[in-house]
Design a protein around this ligand. Structure first.
Ligand code: NAI
Ligand code: NM2
Length: 518
């Protein structure tokens, strides 16, 4: 036997030699030729479709891969492959599924830095954050692995010794459709509960970030899942539509924008398929004057600037009690100006590049419009061009704080999905709760105060699915996550998600004779 200490240094080198795992980790040097579809336990080119999309590295603006969009035939093959694997997987016990999910979590933990690097290259977020995303991802798999063994129904006593029982059964082949801001994490938030419940999945990532999810599919196979249990189809609107309309898809779990969410629901309605919708937001963060100021400032930064502000649950409407408006604003601006923007693969970078040029332009337009409507740019908001020449075509901007905002401004009403915080003064609790709820969205909300009664009273009054007291945007996988109102419905994470990936069968058992009324 080779002693462990000798084996250990070989492992990273071996991994680099294995096909599918080779990569260079310096910004501006990555490119990928391998197929991006995954079906039946292997990477492959789609059987049809073939429309080509370019995939970018946001940090440099380079094309790093070409995406072949899957057509109707490829989507069907992926669904059929999932259907076959479902037959095997759904018959396994929860404990057997638990072991496989734990093994997948272990592999992700082992490959954490490499997966985070892929995520940073394709999404543009800082490596510091990408690592945290990967941690949340394996934690999610661990959490549902733990639940898999205890999924159960109930036994109900009926008269005369008869009884009923319920069985918690999987739905079948679930479709997962993801956004580009947390590519790997979104896939895990959907796959972990779905697979723990005994379902199979066909996942379609955003065409902007197709890369890391294929790695997840490889890891699932390596961990021992039946081939075909988790397949990846690539493409945009058309591919997504083929998937949603497929008669053998039993459920659709979607993360993305509100307009697309509406279309998903329409398609699901045609097939009477349940849906989970994780949509956008314009969440309020309420800072009372009795808060711990430094925590509140940290909370406001966490609520606005993770992943270049491209976060659905961001608390972008920061309501500040007028008494501390000046002190709070000064401190938030000072701290925002210190955020290090630049090459996302550098260890000390805290804000990388936005997803692509059109999105950067969109965010810039929101800032222009805010100025026209009377908001004041207190810092940032301008494009940022790093000194490093290889980054000059990247999609960077400086994080922005807007003052002098009012509730009717576009920047306060619409989801910007970029690093733009709007500060709004308020005077009373009653007033701020009403203003906070005056939005079509209802994803999240936060409150900073030292008064515990006030904290609980205010969150109870907020029309939002995910509320934070004295923190913001932390994501323990044990807690259910999801929206109210136009932010969607269904829940991801926590025990609650089990409800959305399983169905209940009731069995009524007669122990006596049939008393017929005829
Ligand atoms: N609530 C949540 O958990 C999250 C919500 N979002 C929301 O997502 C938006 C940004 O993400 P985007 O990728 O730009 O959203 P999007 O709605 O344009 O696309 C999301 C996904 O749906 C696919 N898609 C688009 N049209 C489709 C159709 N007709 N049928 C089937 N699939 C279709 C896309 O290819 C992509 O994979 C923001 O509004 C943000 O708030 C983003 C992340 C998390
Ligand atoms: C991880 N977290 C809480 C910052 C964001 C998760 C929701 C999303 O995908 O935008």
């Amino acid at each position: 036997m080779v002693p462990r200490p000798l084996l250990q240094p070989l492992v990273p080198r071996l991994r680099r030699l294995l096909p599918g795992l080779a990569m260079s980790s310096a910004t501006g040097s990555f490119s990928l030729q391998q197929p991006l579809n995954y079906r039946g336990g292997a990477r492959l080119q789609p059987a049809d479709g073939g429309q080509v999309e370019e995939v970018y590295e946001p940090a440099t603006g380079r094309v790093i891969a070409k995406l072949l969009c899957s057509g109707e035939k490829e989507v069907d093959l992926a669904v059929q492959s999932a259907k076959a694997a479902f037959k095997v997987w759904s018959q396994m016990s929860g404990m057997e599924r638990c072991r496989v999910l734990l093994e997948a979590a272990r592999i992700i933990r082992e490959q954490r830095d490499e997966i985070a690097t892929l995520e940073t290259i394709n999404n543009g977020k800082s490596i510091f954050e990408a690592r945290a995303d990967i941690d949340v991802s394996w934690q999610c798999l661990e959490y549902y692995a733990g639940l898999a063994g205890s999924l159960a129904g109930e036994h109900i006593q009926l008269p005369g010794g008869s009884f009923g029982y319920t069985r918690r059964e999987p739905l079948g082949v679930c479709a997962g459709i993801g956004a580009w801001n947390y590519p790997f994490q979104i896939a895990c938030w959907k796959a972990a509960p779905a697979l723990a419940c005994g379902n199979a999945m066909v996942f379609k990532p955003s065409p902007f970030t197709p890369i890391s999810v294929v790695r997840l599919a490889e890891i699932f196979t390596q961990a021992g899942m039946p081939k075909g249990l988790f397949n990846v189809v690539q493409g945009g609107v058309a591919t997504g539509q083929f998937l949603c309309h497929h008669p053998d898809v039993a459920k659709i779990s979607f993360t993305g924008s509100v307009p697309t969410g509406v279309k998903i629901m329409e398609m699901a309605a045609k097939g009477i398929k349940p849906v989970t919708l994780e949509l956008g937001g314009k969440s309020p963060l309420i800072i009372f004057s009795d808060c711990a100021l430094e925590n509140a400032v940290n909370g406001a930064l966490m609520a606005n600037f993770l992943t270049q502000g491209e976060v659905c649950c961001n608390g972008t409407r920061v309501f500040v009690e007028r008494k501390i408006l000046d002190t709070f604003t000064k401190e938030v601006v000072k701290r925002t100006q210190k955020i290090k923007v630049g090459d996302p693969l550098l260890e000390d970078t805290r804000m990388g590049a936005l997803i692509n040029r059109p999105h950067l332009d969109r965010v810039q337009n929101f800032i222009k419009q805010a100025k026209e409507q009377g908001a004041q740019v207190l810092c940032g908001g301008d494009l940022y061009v790093p000194d490093d020449p290889k980054l000059k075509n990247g999609f960077y901007m400086r994080p922005c704080v807007l003052g002098n905002c009012t509730d009717d401004m576009t920047c306060v009403k619409e989801e910007i999905f970029g690093p733009v915080m709007s500060i709004l003064p308020f005077d009373t609790e009653e007033e701020v709760v009403e203003r906070a709820n005056n939005t079509k969205f209802g994803l999240a909300g936060g409150v900073f105060t030292r008064d515990i009664q006030k904290a609980h009273r205010v969150v109870a009054a907020l029309n939002a699915g995910m509320c934070f007291i004295n923190n913001y945007n932390v994501s323990p996988v044990e807690l259910p996550f999801g929206g109210y109102k136009a932010s969607g419905f269904g829940r991801e994470n926590g025990r609650a998600a089990i409800e959305y990936y399983s169905q209940l069968k009731t069995v009524c058992v007669e122990m006596g004779d049939v008393e017929s009324v005829f």
